[in-house]
Design a protein around this ligand. Structure first.
Ligand code: 13P
Ligand code: SF4
Length: 312
């Protein structure tokens, strides 16, 4: 960006941040931002986090309004866990392609074929799918959730990559749906080998939404928060990061003296990036768009999310 345009943008953002603080007080609002959001949103969040932490915060907050800066299923989970609150999302087009890869009819058919199976659903799914689910999980607690179940058969939806990772970790056989994250699944073995050749001292840290053969190359495998915690505590100075680019904000904040190289320039989730600071301020001004979940669906889906929050 040329210098003048950059200066103008910084000035605009300063004004937007002032307006945001006023609106937050007026509306009694809290801002939750996923680690994959743009830096300008993460900067102003009350809580930054992964899917698990943000679901916990939504369930606990006293604020009347939750602005969920993430994708739609995250806003839905907040609304399900805090049905009395108003939940806003800066741009309602922020969806998750993986969440759309599983549908209720297909899941019901699978349940009919395996009537004794428990259904474990990754939180990256719609409220309707959660309503058909025994227990949800995130990438941070998937292994613990599977280990907590006393079941011969487990149906796992929708992420096949995370499913295979969890299966290998727990030794439990899962019936795995064929969904995947368009962003993490884009990372290839070739990309990682090239990066390792370029940065031979670097540790490769990777999210289990990546393909199994990519995960197998990881020096450390974990959820977004686990990766951030690991890099902060590690003695190593250089990292190749196999998760979404927005994570760089927290990584660099925690360790300004370390180097973080993203494993490919394609590790950017376009859905996460449709939200921006301007839309965040506007949604608090207009109180739109709001997340709506039909109460009958929310009531059924809540149990699966609450069970997840109880797993230790
Ligand atoms: P976590 O927040 O659980 O790491 O999930 C990653 C993701 O892809 C969220 O959409
Ligand atoms: Fe969905 Fe992947 Fe984007 Fe997360 S990073 S919102 S799983 S497409």
């Amino acid at each position: 960006m040329e210098a003048l345009a950059l200066e103008r943008k910084q000035e605009q953002n300063r004004e937007l941040r002032v307006r945001l603080e006023q609106l937050k007080k007026e509306r009694n609002a809290i801002i939750l931002a996923h680690y994959y959001q743009r830096d300008e949103i993460q900067e102003v969040a009350d809580y930054r986090g992964d899917s698990f932490l943000l679901a916990q915060k939504a369930a606990e907050t006293d604020a009347e309004v939750i602005v969920f800066c993430g994708v739609h299923f995250m806003g839905e989970s907040a609304k399900i866990l805090a049905p009395g609150k108003t939940v806003l999302i800066p741009d309602e087009r922020a969806g998750c392609p993986m969440a759309d890869m599983v549908n209720v009819d297909g899941l019901r058919k699978l349940k009919a074929q395996h009537p004794n199976a428990k259904v474990v659903t990754y939180i990256n799914s719609s409220a309707e799918i959660k309503a058909e689910t025994d227990i949800c999980c995130t990438s941070a607690n998937a292994v613990k959730v599977i280990e907590s179940l006393d079941a011969e058969e487990i149906i796992w939806v929708p992420d096949k990559n995370l499913g295979q990772y969890v299966q290998a970790k727990t030794g439990k056989k899962l019936i795995i749906w064929e969904g995947y994250c368009n962003t993490h699944d884009m990372l290839t073995v070739k990309d990682v080998i090239e990066m390792k050749a370029k940065y031979p001292e670097a540790e490769f840290v990777v999210h289990p939404e990546c393909r199994p053969e990519v995960v197998a190359l990881g020096d450390f495998v974990g959820s977004t928060t686990a990766i951030i915690d690991h890099c902060r505590k590690s003695d190593r100075r250089q990292f190749i990061v196999g998760t979404e680019d927005g994570t760089g904000y927290q990584l660099r904040l925690d360790s300004p003296d370390k180097e973080f190289h993203f494993a490919t320039k394609f590790l950017v989730c376009p859905n996460m990036k449709v939200n921006n600071l301007k839309k965040l301020v506007k949604c608090l001004e207009t109180m739109k768009p709001q997340i709506y979940v039909p109460p009958a669906v929310a009531d059924k889906a809540r149990t699966s999310l609450e069970r997840m929050l109880q797993v230790r």
